[in-house]
Design a protein around this ligand. Structure first.
Ligand code: ZN
Length: 229
């Protein structure tokens, strides 16, 4: 194997950046980002995501230009590197769930295997917030992983239940949502302000997203079948 002087130089810069980025207070400049993105530098993603999360969550008083640059350019970075690498980076740090969900949605980083792992870790609501996201391309392996994720979700135990509750006007059947709110038994989505959970612990939006996902699996199955016959 031979490497060119140009490749060698880029690798030198990449290693230097990797070292510099270890410092919590160091943020890449616009020119640094430009270089990183132009050369689709993998291996820096975990540190760059860390910078992005810091920049997104820093208070207005402490925010400087380098934070705003990180907020803008991290998206270009995710689009520049390979899909597989971007998936590994984003699912590798879920310390801020809102940010993770947003990145998965914006960059179409749907990955059934990682999402199945998140279900196992109890991050069900987060998975349901991205279940209807497309990925750029699908193959037979994706279909299998998507089916197994769906199965996992369908098998989740119900967390809300109906129960007889004593009230002023006698004992009536009530729906107790997963958060413990008491509703009329006929209620599907908890009516308590800011809750909205059904018996599986899903909001109406999440339930609809799950049905979208179910139909997507059927469509993918049909497409792949037609392609192979
Ligand atoms: Zn509730």
């Amino acid at each position: 194997m031979q490497v060119s002087a140009e490749e060698l130089h880029v690798e030198e810069v990449r290693l230097r950046y990797a070292e510099l980025l270890q410092d919590e207070s160091v943020f890449p400049t616009e020119a640094n980002w430009e270089y990183i993105i132009k050369h689709r530098m993998e291996g820096l993603g975990d540190d760059l995501l860390e910078k992005y999360i810091d920049a997104m969550t820093i208070g207005d008083v402490d925010r400087v230009d380098l934070h705003n640059i990180a907020i803008n350019r991290f998206h270009d970075y995710l689009d520049a590197v390979s899909f597989r690498y971007a998936v590994n980076v984003v699912y590798g740090n879920i310390s801020n769930k809102e940010i993770t969900v947003d990145l998965i949605r914006r960059h179409r980083l749907f990955d059934a295997d990682n999402l199945a792992e998140l279900i196992d870790c109890g991050e069900i609501s987060m998975v349901m917030d991205v279940i209807d996201v497309y990925k750029p391309e699908y193959d037979a392996g994706d279909l299998e992983a998507m089916q197994s994720l769906l199965h996992k979700i369908d098998e989740l135990p119900a967390r809300g239940y109906n129960e007889m509750r004593k009230g002023l006007f006698g004992t009536t059947l009530k729906y107790i949502c997963p958060a413990g709110h008491v509703n009329d038994a006929a209620t599907t989505y908890c009516a308590h302000a800011g809750c909205g959970l059904d018996r599986r612990g899903f909001t109406e939006t999440q339930s609809r997203a799950l049905e979208t996902y179910r139909h997507r699996i059927a469509a993918l199955k049909s497409l792949l079948w037609h392609h192979s016959h």
